[in-house]
Design a protein around this ligand. Sequence first.
Ligand code: DSN
Length: 410
Amino acid sequence: MIDKEIENLINKEAKRQVEGVELIASENYVSKDVLECMGSILTNKYSEGYPGKRYYGGNTYIDEIEQLAIDRAKELFHADHVNVQPYSGSPANLAVHVALLQTGDTTMSMSLSAGGHLSHGFKASVSGKYYNNITYGVDDNGYIDYDEVRRLANEYKPKLIWAGFSAYSRIIDWKEFRKIADGVGAYLVADISHVAGLVASGCYPSPVGIADVVTTTTHKTLRGPRGALIMCSDSLAKEIDKAVFPGIQGGPHNHIIAGIAVALKEASTEEFKEYSKQIIKNAQTLAEALQSRGYKIISGGTDNHMFLVNIVDSVGLTGEEASVTLESVNITINKNTIPNDTRNTWDPSGIRIGVPAITTRGMKEKEMLQISSFVDEALRNHKDKNKLMNIKREVVDFSKKYPIPSISLY
Ligand code: DSN
């Protein structure tokens, strides 16, 4: 690169990725092909509109690329209609609000502390400012309480119910949500951003065909570029498409859409199925290993790629303290609120741990045991600088043995 300042920083970030253990549940590493699409000349083109109906000329090949992405998404998720243009998950979710609601309408979603997402009506987000959101939580065991969801729906009569999460480790009963939504005449929207890869490979139940609309990001377990999809029945297609463009977005990011098409093809392979199965095995192994060391896992375990730990009750550190300590030994997790958290969002009582990224590096059950030991040793010795330095050295040596697709440093 000519710009050495940026090149240098990219190289440092590559080294950080290679020499660390990535346990942020929403992160992953893309393939070389996906990366090539993102760095391609497709970024040069404007193409407001949809395949076959663009405002500007010169879109012959862009049309083919977008249509391929749409067709692959439809096939992989068994969806009637797919919009592949949302820039990411939050705009996709905003587009759903714009398509189906009037401002001021009531919506219902999982509370942030129980594992919901900002874009599902959180007060600081547009979805909470322009719409009137009611939240449901989880029971004392950390599971969604469907009777409580039904009671709240009957009381507040939302026009739209969100089912989906960014920090919930259990299976969602999509059909139960459907019944609750039908009981009050609400739209049911499922956000599968976290588990899309597991859904695509049949390792987690699919809400497609049950929910009216399904949204997902494409860069988490699906292992594509940072983008999103909105899936719906043909009857809602026109409203959804209009809400994405021209409703809230301009020209689509064609380089990303090409990367999504590639990721969708990769996700339809047998190898990806094995990858998804391994993700769940790894998450369960890591959760059990930490549990056996005395860590308090919310809901007692996981059915997917992640879990939450009540870190205050486990080792007497806050989420922020645990996050800083682990980062000092090259392990990245994120601090996270836990259900009914008595602390605040910036220094909550929990941490969230996920395994999609380390599974992409080829790590299996044996490595999960090693990682549980690194995590435990670091947190229990958080005041001992020498001990932390030694653990960091071990983490670097360990991490370097597991290649990241598209990064070669050594
Ligand atoms: N920030 C993502 C996550 O970590 O779950 C969701 O948007």
